[in-house]
Structure formats: C-alpha cells, structure tokens
Design a protein around this ligand. Structure first.
Ligand code: PDD
Length: 285
C-alpha cells in the first residue's frame, strides 16, 4: 500500500507529496510541528498536542492553517488512509511559500500544512523499553526558545547523531550550570535514591512535553512524590533510575549515562510501572 500524505488541502501518494522549494520551512526552518501517538488506530492526547501547536504558532506569529477541529479531522483522515494501528502522526505548519527574504512575507501568504503518518514496530519498542537505553550528555547549544516546537532542529539532529556514533541511543543536553535540560527529542527524568521523581520545570529551557504533562497524573496516582526542579548531571549519575518521555516512546528507561550504569543498570520499577500506567491517564480520540 502506498503511503498517503496531506499536503496543502490534498491527500496525495508519497510520490506526489511535495512542497515548493521556496517554502519558508525549507529555506529558514520557519515553521512548527507536532508528533502525536497513534494506538489502536486512535490519536493519543490530540487535544493537548493541538493546543500546544496553537501556542507555537502564536509565539511565531504564524497563522493557523485551519481550525483546530478541522486539523483534528485531517489528522484522523491521514491515520485512517494509511491504516495506522500503532504509530505516529506528524503535522507541520510553515509560514508558507514566498520569495526568499528573512523578514515575514508582506503581504502575508498562506501557511503550508503537511501531515504524514507511519506505523511503528510495537515489538521493537517494547524490547527497547525492556532493555533500557544508553544516553550521552552534551552542552545545550540550542537557541533560547526551545519551549516552541519549531522544525529548526539542527542541534538535536547533531546530538542524536553523536549519540549513535558513541553507541548510545539519545543525548541529554546540559545547561551552563551543569543541569540537565532535556533529551534531543524527549524530556528527561530521574528517580532519586530517596524515591522522588524529578523532572525540570517547563520554563523556556525545555519543551513542555505532552507525555510529561500527562505522566504527572500517573506519578501522583502511584503515590510517588514529584519534584519539578532542575537536576545536575552528577545527580543523574547517582540516581536510582532515569528515563525519558515523548509521544513516540512514552516512557523509556535510561540505564546508562555517559557510560555509567544507572541503578543496577536495568530498567527500574518506577519507570516500568509508569510506562504501563500511562495510557490510563491519556486521552484517546
Ligand atoms: N519530540 N523535548 C523535545 C526536544 C522533543 O523534541 C520532544 C518530542 C519532547 C517530548 O514531547 P512530547 O511528550 O509532547 O512528545 C521533549 C518529538 C516526538 C519528535 O521530535 O519526534
């Protein structure tokens, strides 16, 4: 079956799914995106993802391509046309197509909207979670507004590549104070030796992950104490557990940071329980 993408008003086969060379996303990274989990053919936490999209668009003064309700219809249609049971749907909005000039196009042009979906291998994801992943740390060299989910991801791309070249799966960014900000495409968490679940406050130094927000409910329901505060790399090395959260992988245990074993080097009970509980708190629609 050929894959179908939504591109500016049309559902097209991948072969024909193209955007103009002067799209500002292509030229400047002038756009925003969302990635939403699909499970049992249903969108997970779509309402929250679309609310965050709205915020990202507002921060960059990009016009919404259509209403939130209509966007929801397009997302569902792309999932259905690609027959995705378990996977992700990707949505990207850019400022549109205009002659290359850094300033916003005047008069304003229509924003571009692209939506794609793809299946993920569930068995492979579960195996990854059962084994846990290794991460490396590196200085956070991103811009000051990573709270906006922009498509400008070059530092994240380079970080992820460096991780893979060093035999790890992901990278954790560390700020100038030695505190972990987040992963290259996920939020970072630790469980302290005293059993407290710690993650950085959602200031401008991290993306306010939807998985992160929903997981707070799961943490509370397990009767665990949460501390929303910055933690250093040193503290993470000595943590009982570590894990990352993102829509693509939900809760993924981290068993090694910079080559040091976390806890006993195996996925811990907190991360494992939270992964299992997450969807009880998520919205499926
Ligand atoms: N990334 N931090 C960063 C830098 C991210 O790119 C992501 C998600 C998250 C987690 O956000 P959420 O829980 O809403 O997925 C945190 C997506 C999955 C991606 O770029 O593919």
């Amino acid at each position: 079956m050929s894959r179908i993408a939504y591109v500016n008003g049309r559902y097209l086969s991948f072969r024909d799914a193209k955007v103009h060379v002067e799209d500002r996303g292509y030229q400047f990274g002038d756009g925003v995106y969302e990635v939403c989990e699909v499970r049992g053919g249903r969108l997970i936490n779509a309402r929250r993802h679309l609310a965050r999209l709205d915020r990202s668009l507002g921060e960059l003064r990009i016009r919404a391509p259509m209403s939130t309700k209509a966007l929801g219809v397009v997302l569902r249609e792309v999932v259905a046309r690609n027959r995705i049971g378990y996977g992700v749907v990707y949505l990207q909005v850019t400022r549109g197509v205009a002659r290359r000039d850094h300033a916003f196009p005047a008069p304003e042009v229509k924003p571009s909207l692209v939506v794609t979906a793809r299946a993920l291998n569930r068995a492979r994801n579960e195996a990854l979670a059962a084994n846990g992943i290794a991460v490396i740390s590196m200085p956070d060299n991103r811009w000051g507004r990573v709270d906006i989910k922009t498509i400008g991801l070059l530092p994240n791309v380079l970080a992820r590549q460096a991780a893979i070249e060093q035999g790890a799966r992901d990278a954790w960014f560390v700020d100038r104070d030695g505190a972990v900000t987040e992963g290259a495409s996920a939020n970072a968490w630790i469980v302290t030796p005293a059993g407290k679940v710690v993650t950085r406050p959602a200031d401008r130094a991290i993306l306010r992950g939807i998985t992160r927000t929903v997981l707070f409910e799961a943490v509370k329901a397990q009767g665990l104490a949460i501390e929303e505060r910055a933690f250093t790399l040193e503290e993470a090395y000595g943590a009982r557990e570590a894990f990352v959260t993102a829509a693509t992988q939900i809760v993924l245990p981290v068993v090694r940071i910079d080559g040091r074993l976390i806890g006993n080097g195996k996925p811990g009970p907190v991360a494992t329980a939270l992964r299992r509980a997450f969807h009880d708190f998520a919205e499926a629609g």
